[in-house]
Design a protein around this ligand. Structure first.
Ligand code: GAL
Length: 436
């Protein structure tokens, strides 16, 4: 089915986030969801190879994917999972390969995409199909938060199945190094964190903060930006009249520049695990990273609250810098039946429990028991309900692929030049070019 959607209006992140009073905070059974006959699953699966494209290619991210794969094999024995993962955090390599494959009419059976602006890129390009009947079968708004459904709905049709919710504005800490620097409290805002970075440096740590390649720098910057602007001003940046020339952005850029003076030297393509591992190894005290970092600490045998901890970078507002992975049904998928089996799995309570436990994220579904998760993730679930939600720039929630790629180019140039004025002009230009 092809749907005419390009002229239909999308809901902005602001409108979606306003609806975060999630439908179904209580536990609900989805078994009453009534599948349309078109989606009636075949017992054991549709059969054939099912090629799944992600960037969860190795390390702790692959452990998450593997949890899905084990259940997929068990629940859909007729299907054969084919791993099409391309390494590189945040899809830094995968997205280019995916774009080329989609352009050449060579889609995988399903690919990973972020809920929000990034997904609408694929919809506008007619590269993915609606999956309304699957989301209904999975329980729809009785189990998925309405704000998330709004981010994957265009023209009344749902275009992907969410499998996780990650929080990007987290700073991971090495407990022993903070103790050595006499830091006993989480910083209340960015200024307090910059003071703590200086204390760690003074205590004899050469690189108090670690960064990886460009997208990790964008993520650090967006975390500082959110903390300094607060929910309303940050979210307003992505509207047509968003003012990236504001003095508060200049301040955020300057504070970001100060943070970089405490960091290691990085190259554009450096992946994130190296930056997180330096905190694990006690070479560095802080790494700002989405909570996929939790999986990295866990896979290295570390205990939250013992060898390491984490705090959200925020200021006056309590902020949850949001992103969500979801899976799609590409137009022309070689095995659409097999894709739907995969979508059923990633959207199921069973699948989301197994996957998110390994991934560090929280299940979007509200009927997965919180008690099945360790303390850190339980805390994230609480924060998702009570904090103010802002969309991630680096991970497809706030801006389109083209806009985020232009921001990354500006961040990379800034890393070399440290020219705050140039970065701000480039951010203004990117907004003016892409804000709809
Ligand atoms: C994000 C993705 C996360 C995680 C991260 C690092 O874009 O949504 O699931 O994979 O990149 O690779």
């Amino acid at each position: 089915m092809r749907v005419e959607h390009v002229t239909l209006r999308r809901r902005s992140f602001l409108a979606a986030a306003a609806a975060v009073a999630v439908a179904g905070c209580s536990s609900k059974d989805n078994s009453s969801g009534s599948p349309s006959s078109a989606s009636t699953p075949q017992e054991g699966g549709a059969g054939g190879k099912v090629g799944i494209f992600t960037w969860w290619a190795d390390g702790s991210e692959k452990e998450g994917l593997d949890a899905f794969v084990a259940l997929f094999k068990k629940n859909y024995p007729n299907d054969t999972f084919e791993n099409l993962a391309v390494a590189g955090g945040s899809g830094s390599n995968a997205k280019a390969k995916l774009a080329a494959d989609l352009k050449n009419n060579n889609p995988p059976d399903s690919f990973q995409g972020h809920a929000g602006a990034e997904l609408t890129d694929y919809i506008d390009a007619d590269q993915i199909e609606p999956v309304d009947e699957i989301i209904t079968e999975l329980g729809g708004s009785s189990v998925f938060p309405q704000m998330l459904l709004d981010l994957i709905t265009v023209g009344g049709h749902v275009y992907s199945i969410p499998c996780d919710i990650h929080r990007a504005n987290m700073v991971w800490t090495n407990s022993a190094l903070l103790k050595k620097a006499n830091i006993t409290e989480d910083p209340a805002d960015v200024a307090a964190w910059l003071d703590d970075l200086a204390k760690v440096k003074k205590s004899g740590v050469n690189t108090p903060l670690t960064i990886g390649g460009t997208w990790t720098q964008t993520e650090l910057f967006e975390s500082i930006l959110g903390a300094e602007l607060g929910h309303d001003a940050y979210t307003a940046l992505f509207a047509k009249d968003g003012n990236w020339g504001d003095a508060k952005i200049t301040q955020a850029i300057n504070d970001y520049k100060t943070a970089l003076t405490f960091a290691n030297t990085a190259s554009d393509g450096d992946d994130w695990p190296g930056a997180t591992d330096a905190v694990i190894a006690g070479q560095s005290a802080y790494n700002c990273m989405g909570d996929w970092a939790l999986a990295e600490f866990t896979s290295k045998g570390k205990t939250y609250g013992k060898e390491y901890s984490a705090f959200p970078l925020q200021g006056t507002d309590k902020l949850f810098d949001f992103l969500a992975d979801s899976f799609t049904l590409p137009v022309g998928a070689p095995n659409a039946g097999g894709c739907k089996d995969w979508l059923r799995l990633v959207g199921s309570a069973e699948g989301q429990q197994a996957f998110n436990l390994k991934k560090g994220s929280i299940p979007p579904r509200t009927d997965v028991p919180a008690s099945a998760f360790p303390a850190y993730q339980q805390k994230t679930m609480e924060s998702f309900k009570s904090d103010k939600i802002i969309p991630s720039i680096a991970h497809g929630a706030a801006v389109s692929l083209a806009w985020s790629s232009e921001i990354n180019t500006a961040m990379s140039a800034f890393y070399q030049s440290k020219d705050a004025g140039k970065l701000q002009s480039a951010l203004v230009a990117a907004h003016d070019k892409y804000a709809a």
